[in-house]
Design a protein around this ligand. Structure first.
Ligand code: SAM
Length: 664
């Protein structure tokens, strides 16, 4: 028996549309009749019209415009939620990613090597964020409950919505356009998606990134077992679309030892032997000089040069004999020298660069990902971190780990602007721990409200951003603890070996070196993040254009909002001037006022009231000490008691070579 769900009269129009759709399935687009299409099906002649190849949907032009509109928002530092604020280079941003991507445009243009996103798939059940072009920031604050206690959990984008696909495309389009600007020329974007939108997403990306930059549509097996309740076919796969910023500049995607750009030629487990180095060996320190003949200790390895090594313009100019624990033959050494691969390291050790041929031999990832973890793994991983499963759409760690590894990101920034539970940040820390890489991760997540009946809410996570941050915190601790355990084991093994009557000296050296490496790894691992929150600008009439600041030096009025801290303003200035959010910031008290030195003298900021000539003098002197290539100084507009004080400040700073003094 069917349940009666509606007592209203029949919707005749809907019925007619359904009847027509049965006859002509192609004429119904998002619930509306495409009359041109209908006409073409009922006529034998050509229907006149604008017939050309294109991909469009309702609201496309507006969505494109939206990507170009400057943001009126800013990112406020949230030190309390952060971890290792002073040292970390990772970033977590709570906010709507459209506004956030706009704010990052200046500071991170062409700087992100890899972007991974896992947006809502438009399943009809997931939450698709609806932008409000009239006032996007207010819309964000309303949706996330930051304007009233309730918050507005907007309804999901359902298939019955007349703009089901258009809504989703309008959400994705401006974000992808902005994301593309952030990629380095050899950068790459990976986008997870399933059958609901894969066809549209591919066309959308063709338009945003260029068809020629399409790399692959990976098929990832996300389920071990299919659901036997499936109506027609039982799905176990979903997709990852890959686009390069520039197809020809993107390196091979491989998870095989991509982090090794150099290799050993000596090894602790080999016997000492002599090799002959003909001239032409690269010397990494560059320039000209002499490395005196003799023994050099590099960690636990010894390299003995039996002759003085003379070098000019970074290459040796004489033949030299070398005594070390070589792991390669004389013939190989000769080849490496011929191919300019062999080099003497800065501390006089020996290594070689990996050859083009070796790079070419690396196996690419295939388009079928069968053992990259699955949904069951990700559920277990979440439970391992949180005891309970607080989030439904988590990707498995192995999947994210492999993707991050595949694109040679070792010293680069990775961005995930649909961060969810923070799997990307977790995988990046894990990868760094394993290969000693220095990847940095920027995660962006909406403070999407959690359902009051959910386990997450009951445990105190009122929004998803809270879950993301806690996941990153806990994951970092887990990774460091695992390394500490490894260290303890190695130390125990070393003391056991030392206690033996007959010792294995090679093993002792190996363990000592392992311990040293583990200690420095634990010390250097970046498991922190600087947290920021999207909010309205700190400055009232900000026009978003730093060029216009100059003229503002002579404008009066307190234009900084109440309840905003000096640090809030500081970071807004960084964004407007295109400085990195993790740039080193030093602060000093001068005549009782705080002066911030940003990026070793690139910028000085003093936002105090009653600026005296003493402060300008001190800033000038600080600049002299640091000798930056360029330097600018920013004051608060109302920080000067009189016009004369402002003019004085400008004159004093000019004396120290600071040509740019601005006020906000
Ligand atoms: C499918 S989940 C990502 C899951 C993630 N890959 C993981 O492993 O946990 C998508 C996330 O994007 C977030 N999101 C949706 N719209 C957003 C927006 N406009 N800005 C920022 N985050 C958004 C959702 O809250 C959700 O947490």
């Amino acid at each position: 028996m069917n349940k009666i769900t509606s007592l209203t009269s029949e919707d005749l129009v809907a019925q007619n549309i359904a009847t027509l759709k049965q006859l002509f399935p192609t004429i119904v687009k998002e619930g509306e009749i495409d009359f041109k299409e209908l006409e073409s099906l009922l006529k034998n002649d050509l229907v006149e019209g604008d017939e050309y190849y294109r991909f469009t949907w309702a609201g496309k032009s507006q969505a494109r415009l939206e990507a170009n509109k400057p943001s009126t928002a800013t990112l406020r530092p949230d030190k309390e939620s952060s971890k290792n604020w002073d040292t970390t280079k990772n970033i977590f941003i709570e906010g709507d990613n459209l506004e956030v991507l706009k704010l990052l445009q200046k500071s991170y243009a062409n700087r992100i090597k890899m972007i991974y996103i896992d947006p809502p798939y438009n399943t009809g059940k997931d939450f698709v964020y609806m932008d409000n072009y009239a006032d996007n920031l207010q819309n964000y604050l309303d949706i996330t409950g930051q304007t009233d206690a309730q918050g507005k959990k907007t309804s999901t984008n359902t298939e019955s919505d007349g703009r089901y696909h258009s809504n989703w495309l309008n959400m994705m389009y401006p974000r992808l356009r902005l994301a593309r600007n952030l990629l380095t020329d050899d950068g790459v974007i990976f986008i997870s998606i399933d059958d609901n939108e894969v066809h549209n997403l591919r066309k959308l990306c063709d338009e945003v990134f260029g068809e020629e930059n399409f790399v692959e549509c990976l098929k990832w097996k996300r389920k071990k077992q299919p659901s036997f309740l499936a109506r027609h076919t039982a799905k176990v796969m979903e997709y990852v679309l890959i686009y390069a910023k520039s197809f020809n500049k993107l390196e091979k995607l491989s998870i095989e030892g991509t982090s090794d750009s150099t290799k050993k030629v000596v090894n602790l487990t080999n016997q000492y032997s002599e090799r002959f180095f003909k001239k032409g060996v690269m010397v990494k320190s560059g320039g000209s000089g002499i490395i005196k003949k003799g023994k050099y200790q590099i960690k636990t390895m010894t390299v003995e040069y039996l002759d003085d090594v003379i070098y000019e313009e970074g290459f040796t100019t004489n033949d030299v004999s070398v005594f070390a624990q070589f792991s390669v033959s004389q013939e190989k050494i000769d080849n490496y020298i011929d191919e300019k691969l062999l080099f003497i390291t800065i501390n006089n050790g020996l290594r070689r660069d990996v050859s083009e041929e070796e790079i070419g031999k690396k196996k690419s990832i295939t388009d079928l990902l069968l053992d990259w973890g699955d949904n069951q793994d990700s559920d277990n991983e979440m439970k391992e971190i949180f005891e309970e499963k607080y989030f439904d759409y988590t990707k498995p760690l192995k999947f994210m780990y492999n993707l991050s590894k595949s694109s040679d990101t070792e010293n680069n920034i990775i961005l995930d602007f649909f961060a969810g539970s923070g799997t990307t940040a977790h995988a990046v820390m894990q990868l760094n721990a394993e290969d000693g890489g220095n990847r940095k991760c920027i995660s962006v997540q909406l403070p999407e409200l959690t359902d009051e009946s959910s386990e997450a809410f009951k445990a105190g996570y009122t929004n998803i951003a809270e879950i993301t941050k806690e996941r990153i915190r806990r994951a970092g601790e887990k990774i460091v603890n695992a390394e500490k355990e490894n260290l303890q084991k190695a130390e125990a093994e070393l003391s056991a070996e030392n206690a033996k009557a007959i010792k294995d000296e090679n093993l002792i050296e190996e363990l000592a070196s392992k311990i040293q490496n583990l200690k420095s790894k634990i010390q250097n691992l970046d498991i922190g993040f600087k947290a920021f929150k999207l909010d309205s600008s700190n400055i009232r009439p900000w026009d978003g254009n730093p060029e216009n600041l100059e003229d503002q030096l002579f404008t009066y009025a307190e234009n900084i909002k109440e309840n905003r801290t000096e640090e809030d303003i500081l970071f807004e200035v960084l964004l407007k001037y295109g400085l990195d959010l993790t740039v080193p910031i030093e602060e000093k008290a001068v005549a009782g006022k705080t002066v911030y030195n940003i990026g070793a003298g690139t910028m000085f900021i003093c936002l105090a009231d009653n600026i005296t000539p003493e402060i300008s003098e001190a800033i000038g002197q600080w600049k002299e000490e640091l000798q930056p290539a360029i330097s600018r100084v920013i004051f608060k507009d109302s920080g000067f008691a009189t016009d004369k004080d402002k003019t004085n400040a400008v004159q004093i700073l000019k004396r120290f070579g600071v040509e740019e003094a601005n006020s906000i």
